[in-house]
Design a protein around this ligand. Structure first.
Ligand code: ADP
Ligand code: MG
Length: 277
């Protein structure tokens, strides 16, 4: 994969409305021959909340990890603000990744866990402590800085994990089934809080789920994927104003979006079964 010279990239005007994420014919075949993802085209504009929805094995995690630069595409390109992810520093923007499991250090306090990315980056302790406090306040855990992870509920541990991603002050948040292991009520609460955060911080979010309801509630746009081989099959714009409250979930419009996505998901699963036979 060859990148254009840095000078050409620097010609992008500062302040011009560059998309936050561009996936350009990126595809992935794992070394064992599994075609995890056929060539994908996807553009995410600054400030969008895009959800990747699809059956297990359709390449959602593969795509998200490639956007994050955690996984190299077999071919094709992935750009963040018009630059390859390896040159993210040059854009002055930051990205954070939230995994499904909170992966906290069990022996360390909540504050120490959240401070980890800043310690790794060599941020001076006083400033780091300030930012940790701010991040904990954003997720409603200001009073739990000294607690150990094991003394927190699953939902609170996930909040710690989100605070740890926010502490780097990212513009782009990549979330791979972050609330998948939580009970329904906790998940709804975290969904609502995430939306509030997205609006307050003007984040760009790419969110992965296999919950249709979660996708409709959160997203400005849903990207439906199918498996074997993984690919994008459809996009649905959720044309509903924000802020969205739980009331939205009991409206006919919500039901209509959910029905449309359900049909699309069924089609995606049928495609998968046919390609297996
Ligand atoms: P999803 O997140 O949508 O469930 P994944 O991106 O995890 O899908 O996986 C897509 C496909 O690639 C699946 O068939 C999966 O089994 C396969 N896969 C994922 N990771 C690897 C790997 N490291 N090596 C080989 N195959 C993999
Ligand atoms: Mg996955």
């Amino acid at each position: 994969m060859r990148e254009p010279p840095a000078a050409a990239l620097a010609a992008v005007e500062p302040g011009s409305a560059a998309p936050a994420v561009e996936v350009l014919s990126a595809h992935k075949t794992y070394p064992n021959g599994t075609v995890a993802l056929q060539p994908v085209e996807l553009t995410v504009q600054d400030g969008e909340f895009v959800t990747l929805l699809g059956p297990s094995g359709c390449g959602k995690s593969t795509l998200l990890k490639m956007v994050a630069g955690l996984l190299a595409p077999t071919d094709g390109r992935l750009l963040l603000w018009r630059r390859p992810v390896q040159q993210l520093d040059a854009t002055g923007k930051r990205m954070a990744f939230v995994f499904q499991a909170p992966t906290l250090m069990p022996w360390a306090s909540v504050a120490t866990n959240v401070r980890l990315p800043l310690d790794l980056a060599g941020v001076p302790r006083a400033e780091a402590d300030r930012r940790v406090q701010d991040a904990l306040a954003l997720v409603g855990l200001a009073k739990f800085a000294a607690a150990l992870p094991r003394n927190l509920s699953g939902g609170m541990q996930m909040r710690v994990s989100i605070a740890r991603s926010l502490v780097v002050q990212p513009q782009l948040l990549l979330m791979d089934e972050p609330f998948g292991a939580l009970d329904e009520i906790t998940r709804h609460k975290l969904d609502a809080d995430l939306l509030a955060l997205w609006r307050e911080k003007k984040l760009t979010v790419i969110f992965v789920t296999h919950s249709i309801h979660e996708a409709v509630f959160l997203s400005s746009r849903v990207v439906m994927m199918a498996a074997r081989p993984g690919r994008i099959v459809e996009e649905v714009v959720i044309d509903e104003p924000y802020p969205r409250t739980p009331d939205f979930m009991v409206t006919p419009r919500f039901a209509e979006y959910a029905r449309r996505l359900q049909e699309s998901l069924l089609r995606a699963s049928q495609d998968t079964e046919e390609s297996l036979s």
